[in-house]
Unconditional design. Structure first.
Length: 339
């Protein structure tokens, strides 16, 4: 069975993936910014002890036991944050299953960051899974909780529900028709964040954007999910409308997506950034039924295995940046030519 990030889900022509994250802290320890080395070790030990009781085939892994390429491969899959991967103290740990649709970060910004993932637009089912895991954890540990404010977190913007629901969307047609600015404005006015694919401060990467809720205090989990679903439904509608507009200029659209396909199929070397932009065009062409030579799985593989760390994991060895650009071109051809 393929991992979730190589699968397609509901509305996957526009929605690439969905994630639910719950921020939680243990009552008996200070927040991460005030923790001592002994505190970190005690939190790790406690979470490791209860891991077998949670189920889901979760494995407890210390961050210091993970090599740098694997850490960055997890970042590229959006399973862990860049800050967590680059933490020089290596004070953290992971609870992760083989399917990689559950990944709990230990000692990141909060003591626990419970995360669940799926392909496509599957936010309601993910919320149910996150609550289920949260309830199992709460039976084993005491959360930092206040009757007035809700769950207490290291960052004030997460206090309350501690919920961050996010959806990764692919919006090439809105970009091409120059309507993306209007959509971004609506999202912000609706009380949502829109960021690059690797979170706050990251850049747009291949017409991909991450949309998530801003408010966690004074709003229920149910309301948060309802509001996010409303805005994502509108984004899907507008992106598909923009694609219909593009389709009216059939020759121009075909030329654009097949030029991208041509470069990917024939290049001798290519950077990850250029590859991401071209794959974005190719995904658009595949989703609209223009490019017949590719299928959804091949596009997913191109998206994942052209990223620096996952390229090296795919090839099974460490490669310098110059050689990566050459090997990336070879891997792209190999994936395109797969039966």
């Amino acid at each position: 069975m393929l991992n979730w990030y190589l699968q397609n889900g509901k509305e996957s022509d526009v929605v690439v993936s969905s994630r639910i994250r719950l921020s939680r802290n243990l009552e008996e320890f200070p927040f991460i910014t005030k923790c001592t080395k002994e505190n970190f070790e005690s939190i790790e030990k406690r979470i490791k002890e209860i891991t077998p009781l949670l189920g889901y085939d979760l494995h407890f892994i210390k961050l210091k036991d993970v090599d740098d390429i694997t850490k960055m491969a997890l970042v590229e899959k959006h399973l862990i944050s860049p800050d967590f991967a680059l933490d020089k103290q290596e004070k953290g740990a992971l609870l992760i299953n083989d399917d990689e649709n559950i990944c709990i970060m230990v000692n990141e910004e909060d003591h626990l960051r419970i995360q669940v993932f799926d392909a496509g637009f599957n936010i309601n089912n993910l919320m149910n899974l996150a609550i289920e895991i949260d309830e199992k954890l709460s039976k084993q540990i005491n959360y930092a909780y206040n009757e007035k404010y809700g769950y207490l977190t290291s960052c004030p913007t997460n206090v309350g529900t501690g919920l961050r629901a996010s959806v990764m969307v692919h919006l090439p047609a809105l970009t091409k028709t120059r309507n993306i600015g209007k959509i971004l404005e609506v999202i912000n006015n609706f009380g949502m964040n829109i960021r690059g694919v690797y979170g706050e401060g990251s850049k747009k990467f291949g017409d991909m954007y991450q949309v998530s809720n801003k408010q966690t205090l004074g709003i229920s989990e149910k309301e948060t999910i309802k509001n996010l679903k409303l805005i994502i439904d509108k984004i899907i509608e507008q992106e598909r409308l923009a694609r219909k507009i593009l389709a009216k200029e059939t020759l121009e659209l075909e030329d654009t997506v097949y030029r991208a396909y041509g470069v990917l199929s024939n290049c001798k070397k290519i950077s990850s950034i250029e590859a991401a932009d071209l794959i974005s065009q190719v995904k658009l062409g595949t989703d609209m039924g223009i490019i017949k030579e590719l299928n959804d799985l091949k596009v997913k593989k191109l998206e994942l295995y052209t990223k620096p760390a996952n390229l090296q994991k795919y090839l099974g060895n460490r490669i310098d940046e110059t050689m990566r650009d050459i090997k990336r071109a070879e891997v792209i051809k190999k994936i395109i030519q797969e039966d």
